[in-house]
Design a protein around this ligand. Structure first.
Ligand SMILES: Nc1nc2c(ncn2[C@@H]2O[C@H](COP(=O)(O)OP(=O)(O)OP(=O)(O)O)[C@@H](O)[C@H]2O)c(=O)[nH]1
Ligand SMILES: [Mg+2]
Length: 354
């Protein structure tokens, strides 16, 4: 599976010091063979021209690679745009990239000036003066780019923290208080062992399982331990925004309720979280599943169902048991048929991609 959201690996960005070191040492080691009969001055001129061109080409390639291979933020999925907004200062990122992208033009100008002096030089001294001027201006240029290079280096470090989730798949997000059965649900319904992805701003990892639909892995189910299992007001502002980025991914949210007291949370508390999630993800349909019906009493199940229905009559409510894989799967297939298949058919009808 490729690393989302980038289509190619993030480039390596050298620091200012690395660049200066490499430029100086490479400059000295470039050689330009010339006939032994040539006078020393001619040899020096030929060598100097090759050194200047080689050094410029080397730097230009580095800066072009950075400019072309750093992600173009506008083309990323809104889920990733939201997370990147929290991780980076977009304006500064764009400015840094623009400055690096412009560097090859400035290098070419320095090269042109230096080559002119070398070609018209009448003495060894003039050539050495051109060398000092060329290297001096190149180092100034690198020094001048230093804050931008540093910022891009930092950006790469941050961008590597983005979770590896495919936003092109239809996503079911699972929420509910701790211990209500979220992981059991994901395990029961997804084909392979869920993949684990780090989630920015938390020490938490999310688990992503895949579900086949029409013979293709079109659906993913995301378990969010530690994120959508406590009152959202307890999250820091930045954590909350990171969690809310999930609304760009989620086509439906499955909210699990434990009607027994096994999970250790009163119904009241679970329903408050449900309300929280519904408000925060107001553009995403929420489905409630009363879990653990294998051990819950009829009274507990009825009470939970009535209380959920009391919140909103049109909230779909299921009764399931996640330790029974059949029950979990038929529940998820129902959710998929109801909320995802119509989107898929619509997509096929208009012939566009997700
Ligand atoms: N009897 C019964 N036990 C269940 C059911 N679903 C989950 N459990 C049990 O409940 C406990 C918690 O389940 P998990 O799937 O780990 O719950 P979770 O919501 O992922 O918990 P956190 O990751 O801690 O938030 C485990 O011991 C499960 O075996 C169910 O339908 N019936
Ligand atoms: Mg879990």
């Amino acid at each position: 599976m490729p690393k989302y959201p980038f289509s190619k690996p993030l480039p390596y960005i050298p620091s200012k010091d690395e660049l200066i070191r490499v430029v100086v040492s490479r400059y000295k080691t470039v050689e330009a063979p010339s006939p032994t009969t040539d006078p020393g001055f001619i040899k020096l001129r030929r060598l100097e021209i090759v050194r200047i061109k080689t050094t410029s080409d080397y730097l230009i390639k580095i800066f072009r690679d950075v400019a072309m291979n750093m992600p173009f933020l506008d083309s990323l999925h809104p889920f990733y745009r939201d997370l990147i907004n929290l991780l980076l200062d977009e304006r500064r990122y764009r400015h840094s990239l623009a400055k690096v992208a412009h560097a090859p033009t400035a290098i070419k100008a320095i090269e042109r000036d230096a080559l002119f002096i070398v070609r018209t030089a009448g003495s060894r001294r003039e050539i050495l003066k051109a060398r000092r001027m060329y290297i001096g201006r190149i180092i100034d240029l690198i020094e001048d780019l230093s804050p931008e290079l540093e910022y891009l280096r930092e950006s790469v470090r941050q961008l590597k923290r983005l979770p590896n989730i495919n936003p092109e798949l239809y996503t079911i997000v699972v929420a509910g208080m701790p211990n209500v059965g979220k992981s059991s649900l994901v395990r029961a319904v997804s084909t392979a062992k869920p993949e684990v992805a780090d989630y920015p701003f938390t020490t938490k990892q999310i688990h992503v399982g895949h579900i086949s639909l029409f013979g293709e892995s079109l659906v993913q189910i995301v378990d969010t331990p530690g994120l959508l299992d406590k009152p959202l007001t307890e999250l820091s502002k930045i954590e909350l925004q990171a969690v809310l980025a999930l609304r760009h991914l989620a086509r439906v949210i499955v909210f699990l309720v434990d009607p027994t007291l096994h999970s250790g949370y009163e119904l009241e508390r679970q329903l408050r979280l449900l309300q929280d999630v519904r408000e925060s993800f107001s553009n995403v349909p929420v489905v409630v599943a009363i879990n653990k019906i294998d051990i819950a009493s009829k009274e507990q199940i009825d009470e939970a169902e009535q209380r959920v229905k009391g919140l909103s009559v049109d909230l779909p409510v299921y009764k399931i048991s996640c330790i029974n894989a059949e029950s979990a799967r038929s529940f998820i297939m129902d959710v998929i048929n109801r909320f995802i298949v119509p989107l898929y058919l619509e997509k096929i009808k208009v012939g566009k991609l997700v």
